[in-house]
Design a protein around this ligand. Structure first.
Ligand code: SF4
Ligand code: SF4
Ligand code: SF4
Length: 187
């Protein structure tokens, strides 16, 4: 390889870096959780402990990562394994008596034509309160087949993220599951 080519290559790399910095300065590059890699996502084993590093490793006091329920993929189940602790005692309505979320950040609302007598006849919307959620991943881990459909995933919320040059969560993540994206391609 000639010296010229080497110099051109170096300049090209530097120019790429400069372009990256400009894009970042314009807020166009953002961090996001890659759900196809995150241990908690529906693609990984059910029943193991959820990974909570997205909660503990973020530089922001209440992590910038939140659980997000994609309603179009949600089964609107009566016995939602992300909402209820399905191993808790069953109450008089035939439902588990305890909730799963340690921060009580998931609300449940019957939708459509509601049967007040029998909860099993209804469909439910599960709404995550992002001011309470700290992205611990417990509900994400439970929303898996056969009981859940994997509609809940962890996501970096851009209004809360300070967009570190090198995301602290990525440094700790066992799955290398934080990625950078142009904001117009981001979730
Ligand atoms: S640190 Fe990685 S594996 Fe753990 S919850 Fe975050 S993205 Fe998932
Ligand atoms: S990620 Fe954790 S805090 Fe957030 S809604 Fe799910 S269980 Fe609750
Ligand atoms: S880039 Fe920084 S603020 Fe954003 S999720 Fe990662 S550690 Fe948190």
């Amino acid at each position: 390889m000639s010296q010229d080519l080497t110099r051109r290559t170096v300049l090209a790399v530097l120019a790429g870096g400069a372009a990256f910095l400009v894009k970042k300065a314009n807020g166009q590059i953002v961090w996001q959780v890659n759900a196809s890699r995150c241990i908690n996502s529906r693609l990984f084993e059910a029943g193991v402990e959820a990974c909570n590093l997205c909660t503990t490793e973020c530089v922001v006091a209440l992590s910038a990562v939140r659980a997000v329920n994609e309603y179009s993929k949600c089964g609107r189940c009566n016995i939602c394994p992300a909402y209820f602790n399905i191993t808790s005692a069953v109450n008089e309505l035939g439902q588990p008596s305890e909730k799963l979320c340690p921060r009580d950040a998931i609300a449940r609302k019957a939708i459509g034509k509601v049967d007040p007598e029998d909860p099993a006849n209804n469909f439910y919307e599960y709404i995550i309160d992002e001011e309470k959620c700290d992205g611990c991943g417990k509900c994400v881990m439970k929303c898996k087949e056969p009981l859940g459909l994997g509609s809940i995933t962890l996501r970096v919320r851009y209004d809360k993220c300070v967009n570190c040059n090198y995301c602290s969560i990525l440094k700790a993540c066992p799955q290398n599951a934080l990625m950078q994206l142009p904001i117009d391609q981001a979730l």
